[in-house]
Design a protein around this ligand. Structure first.
Ligand SMILES: Cc1ncc(C[n+]2csc(CCOP(=O)(O)OP(=O)(O)O)c2C)c(N)n1
Length: 323
């Protein structure tokens, strides 16, 4: 019979696996609804293929640690603990949405879970993370801020200025780069001066490490180490996770554009993060099926909740404004 630590670990790994399934199925469901037309408006950017990053990072954080995400942020939100019904209602543009229909897919925020927003201006979340890091340093409670960003964003001035500021002030910020190899249709090899983005940390006297972004435990371990440093007052780190997005840049884009082919896609798919996690965690097929079934039930409830919520009234546009 496993000891209590063994049982605890098994439950924790099971929850990590379930969260990865939850993210994958939330996004697939959102895509299906988007394609029907008239239900989810605007555009959506899905992160399918990158679930090990979301879950590997957030499983190393406490509830009162902060994340700041991007246009591709559904997975980060779910991994940080945002509830599916309110999130789905936000995508639907309904009153019960997390941000009362003012955010949509690209501007989800859930401060109650330490989620300081999805920011669609590429790179813009990193100076904000530095500001939150400064607040955390001043309040002395040992909290950490994590901005997620892509390979494309690592070429923005905002990344470099934020790394520098966090380094000189030793702010508790863990920069987490999901290198999915593309910024829209531009390959990282074309736009980025280094093969491993983590090496850019050297320019700021901070540790930088590249990890396998398809392996949730590798991501978790690297982040846990960087979080430990940050909490101890040792300043920022840069973690780069090599990963892959399965679909087009947004749902308005095709899965295979002129910029990539099926062969490359198949190579990454062979290391699908859910399959890798199932193997690493030693999950039986029955256990994996149990997680999938539970998630399908959660999703059906989330969609029903979103459908039942009323459309916002025009005067709601005047609520939640500061001036
Ligand atoms: C400052 C700025 N420039 C351009 C865009 C248009 N845009 C949106 S997403 C994107 C690509 C971002 O690539 P990356 O940072 O690698 O993130 P990924 O989409 O791969 O997750 C671009 C160019 C934007 N939103 N903001």
């Amino acid at each position: 019979m496993p000891d209590s630590k063994g049982v605890f670990m098994r439950e924790k790994l099971g929850e990590m696996y379930r969260t990865m399934v939850r993210i994958r199925r939330f996004e697939e469901t959102a895509q299906e609804l988007f394609e029907k037309g008239g239900i989810i408006r605007g555009g959506i950017h899905v992160s399918a293929g990158q679930e090990a990053c979301s879950v590997g990072v957030c499983s190393a954080l406490n509830d009162d640690d902060a994340i700041l995400t991007t246009h591709r942020g559904h997975g980060h939100s779910i991994a940080k603990g945002t509830r599916l019904p309110e999130m789905m209602a936000e995508l639907f543009g309904k009153t019960a949405g997390l941000c009362h229909a003012k955010g949509g897919s690209m501007h989800i925020a859930d401060v109650s879970k330490g989620h300081y927003g999805a920011h669609s201006i590429v790179g813009s979340n990193m100076p904000m993370a530095a500001g939150i890091g400064l607040a955390f340093q001043l309040n002395g409670r040992g909290q950490v801020a994590v901005p997620f960003f892509g390979d494309g964003a690592s070429n923005q001035g905002a990344f470099h200025e934020s790394m520098n500021l966090c380094a000189i002030w030793k702010l508790p910020v863990v920069f987490f780069c999901e290198n999915n190899h593309f910024a829209s249709s531009t390959r990282a090899e074309y736009s980025t001066s280094v093969e491993d983005i983590s090496t850019r940390a050297q320019g700021y006297g901070a540790p930088g490490v590249t990890v396998d972004g398809m392996d949730v435990l590798a991501v978790h371990e690297a982040v846990a180490e960087a979080v430990k440093r940050a909490r101890a007052g040792e300043g920022p780190s840069l973690i780069e996770a090599k990963t892959y997005r399965y679909y087009g840049h947004s749902r308005l884009d095709k899965k295979f554009g002129s910029y990539r082919d099926e062969e490359e896609w198949n190579e990454w798919k062979a290391r699908d993060p859910l399959t890798v996690a199932g193997r690493l965690f030693g999950l039986s097929e029955a256990e994996a099926e149990g997680h999938r079934a539970a998630v399908e039930k959660e999703l059906a409830e989330a969609v029903a909740f979103a459908e039942a919520s009323p459309e916002p009234e025009p005067e709601m546009a005047l609520e939640d404004i500061f001036a």
